[in-house]
Design a protein around this ligand. Sequence first.
Ligand SMILES: [Zn+2]
Length: 139
Amino acid sequence: MSLHRIKRPWEIKRDYNIPGQGRDVVTDFYQSKTWQKLRNMFIASVSTHLPGLGRHHNKFCWICALSGILRLTHTIDHIKPINRDNPFDTRNGQFGEPLTWENLGPLCKVHAMRKNAIERNYKNLTLEQIIEKLRIKEY
Ligand SMILES: [Zn+2]
């Protein structure tokens, strides 16, 4: 066996055929012109579909706004998560629509990270339960 140098993280190949490792697919989606345009339009607009809020400017996190706090948006989140293996295949509504305005929500960095963790760790929560978990901790 020959000595070979240690692989750097970006040299480690992922097997994209294994479900859950299809990160390249979502990366392509998030880098697409269509998403970028929608995202930029969304963050500059007012929403009326966010539960618990009336008119809400998307440049502010909507979870923070539920507590009366104005904190700048970091991530445009899919309220109902998209299919990470194929964003355009909702599997009959099992996953959220990738380009539908009503499925988008503006989140600050902390709430975006927290929502990702909740979605990874808890399956089958209702949106109300997710919102409750997002708001439960002091921030
Ligand atoms: Zn927030």
